[in-house]
Design a protein. Structure first.
Length: 325
């Protein structure tokens, strides 16, 4: 007998705070080096990404767009090859057994999206396709409850998710394409709870934030290890003590927690989200909430830290973002 559950719990909340302090900043910065040390950026043609197809070989990918800046884990059994050298042309390519099995971009179109492109509108998707209503994993049906923020279609042996900006007439802002075999063989919708997966999701979320900021002509936020530690601890606290709030069970605010990490700031903010199956889904959900969007696009911020926890709490996945200047 199939069990019916709701797919993707969308719980997000934001906290915006101003506090002016006459003190110097205490910041730790980390530079994430490329996985490949011999990258020759002059040979990379990022625009060739638009012609990458599901099923292409890894050699084809590298020969067309070059080597990635990073290789991350995903919520599936494939690795994301992350291309973030130019955030105006940000994309990720999922690779499994040296074959392309997934694509994501918020910047460059793809021939795999059935002639529907970034900048088109939701109506074009619905005029041409019927979105799926659920995902079947084992004997469990996960109902898709997107609240109108995205649609998933199944066509030509692939699943395509189109993400909409509900504050801009449901314009398509990004997409994700996944090989049908990869999606269908995955038995859970949530990522594995491992250090590597969580670290990968954190870095992906920072890339998503910064690529979105670049599209909006804002500064790129610098990575802060201190803000990351503050965020990780709060996500772990929410998961392990099964609550979802900016104030923890000791009634400590986000800013109390930042100060514990020796962060001195003049302006700070926090976003939290829960239940999304990946950083992609979490980021797009946050962007569709005006409060969270205000933090993501805040022009008063300079630093960012992200902490993600996966476990047995009500929402399974917990995302915390700490911003400050």
């Amino acid at each position: 007998m199939e069990k019916l559950v709701v797919f993707i719990l969308i719980c997000t909340t934001s906290y915006l705070y101003n506090e002016f302090i006459n003190s110097e900043y205490v910041v730790e910065e980390v530079n994430h080096k490329a996985t490949f040390n011999d990258i020759n950026f002059e040979n990379i043609n990022l625009n060739n990404y638009q012609n990458i197809k599901i099923g292409d070989t890894l050699d084809t990918l590298i020969s067309k767009v070059g080597k990635p800046q990073r290789i991350d884990k995903s919520e599936y059994d494939f690795d994301w090859y992350v291309y973030n050298k130019d955030l105006e042309k940000f994309f990720m390519v999922g690779v499994n057994n040296e074959k392309v099995v997934s694509l994501y971009s918020n910047s460059i179109n793809s021939l795999e999206t059935e002639s529907i492109y970034i900048g088109d509108y939701k109506e074009k998707v619905l005029d041409n396709f019927r979105p799926i209503k659920y995902k079947l994993k084992g004997n469990i049906r996960y109902k898709i409850d997107s609240k109108g923020e995205y649609d998933i279609i199944k066509v030509n042996n692939k699943y395509i998710t189109f993400f909409y900006d509900i504050h801009d007439n449901n314009k398509i802002v990004s997409y994700q394409v996944i090989d049908k075999k990869i999606e269908d063989k995955t038995n859970d919708i949530y990522p594995k709870n491992s250090v590597d997966v969580k670290k990968s999701l954190e870095l992906q979320m920072i890339d998503l934030i910064n690529s979105t900021r670049v599209k909006n002509k804002l500064n790129i936020l610098e990575y802060s290890e201190s803000a990351t530690q503050s965020s990780r601890k709060h996500s772990f606290d929410m998961m392990s003590n099964n609550f979802f709030n900016h104030n923890n069970l000791k009634n400590e605010t986000p800013f109390d927690r930042m100060r514990k990490e020796n962060i001195n700031y003049s302006y700070a903010g926090e976003n939290i989200a829960g239940g999304q199956t990946s950083s992609i889904y979490a980021h797009e959900a946050l962007m569709n909430s005006l409060g969270h969007r205000k933090n993501i696009l805040g022009n008063n911020y300079k630093y960012i830290g992200v902490g993600i926890e996966i476990g047995d709490g009500t929402y399974k996945t917990y995302y915390t973002q700490n911003y400050y200047q």
